[in-house]
Ligand binder design. Structure first.
Ligand SMILES: C[S@@+](CC[C@H](N)C(=O)[O-])C[C@H]1O[C@@H](n2cnc3c(N)ncnc32)[C@H](O)[C@@H]1O
Length: 286
């Protein structure tokens, strides 16, 4: 289908992004959400832009650039574009070793230290919610009802799926059988919904991690942040991790994906040694 803009240009015949345009879009993406698209993924950026521009009948990269930066229409348009240019791939219990670390070390340590305290966890870059619900199932199983999970992401459509907590049967593959029976309710047509009781312990909110200062939660026991930092430059990863360290309760833990940062250190944090994981604990005396 052809889209004609007001100027009569054909939006289906958009040219390739040139170097200056690629730089301009990358700078905007990095400054707003931290994401840097490497040169070898230029085609991904161009396809995302072109697809969206065709949908709205815009045939000029500069017009579209000005549109997403405009104060009125630019706000919802930016939100749609961000959703298109971010990767939302996720699974329940995606990185099994990280969940084993929680079950075998972090939660027993907390139970020993925590007395009757509620365990507060944050799934950062939670996409469509599988990670946040995986944490909730594990916490419910290990700690009973004394926990809360907050999931945040920059993508509104991903958060809408997370809030509904409804997934196709094949998406439940990574969920242990006993958890499936306990925490999911069949809804027919191959759909399963996270049980009401578990959903009540998990809430979701839109948050851009580039603006950590706008997220008010403090005293967290766990920040679980996997497969998001890899899209950011090294200095950005370090800045975000420094900020996250300051949100932890003494003894609180950050779990990221193995290899997501190479050499992060922080005076108040110590590395947790557990096979094939990358995790840090805030020293109990800080
Ligand atoms: C690949 S998914 C990871 C999902 C989940 N953590 C996992 O490991 O399965 C990365 C998520 O990070 C989110 N994201 C990217 N940039 C972000 C930002 N600046 N602030 C918050 N979320 C962001 C994306 O929208 C996406 O849902």
């Amino acid at each position: 289908m052809e889209h004609k803009t007001a100027g009569g240009m054909d939006a289906s015949a958009l040219p390739e992004l040139d170097d200056a345009q690629f730089r301009q879009w990358n700078e905007l993406l990095e400054s707003r959400i931290g994401i840097v698209i490497p040169p070898e993924r230029r085609a991904f950026l161009a396809t995302g832009l072109r697809t969206r521009m065709r949908e709205i009948g815009c045939s000029d990269y500069q017009h579209y650039f000005d549109l997403v930066r405009s104060p009125g229409r630019g706000v919802p348009e930016w939100s749609v574009l961000v959703d298109r240019l971010t990767v939302h791939e996720t699974r329940f219990f995606r990185h099994q070793e990280s969940f084993a670390l929680l079950r075998e070390q972090v939660l027993p340590d907390f139970a020993e230290r925590g007395g009757e305290r509620v365990f507060h966890a944050w799934s950062l870059g939670c996409a469509s919610g599988e990670e946040a619900y995986s944490l909730a199932m594990l916490l419910d199983d290990e700690l009973g009802a004394r926990f809360g999970v907050m999931g945040t992401d920059v993508s509104q459509p991903a958060l809408a799926i997370a809030r509904a907590g409804r997934y196709r049967a094949r998406r439940l593959e990574g969920v242990p059988e006993s958890y499936r029976a306990r925490y999911f309710e069949p809804e027919g047509d191959g759909l399963y919904r996270v049980s009401e009781a578990l959903r009540q312990r998990v809430c979701f909110s839109r948050h851009n991690v580039q603006h950590l200062e706008r997220f008010r939660l403090q005293g967290l026991d766990l920040v679980f942040c996997q497969n998001m930092l890899i899209y950011f430059e090294r200095a950005t990863r370090t800045r975000i991790l420094d900020g996250l360290a300051g949100r932890l309760a003494p003894g609180g833990v950050i779990v990221i994906g193995p290899g997501e940062v190479l050499s992060w250190t922080h005076p108040e944090m110590e590395r947790i040694r557990f096979a094939n994981t990358l995790a840090f604990r805030r020293r109990a005396d800080t």
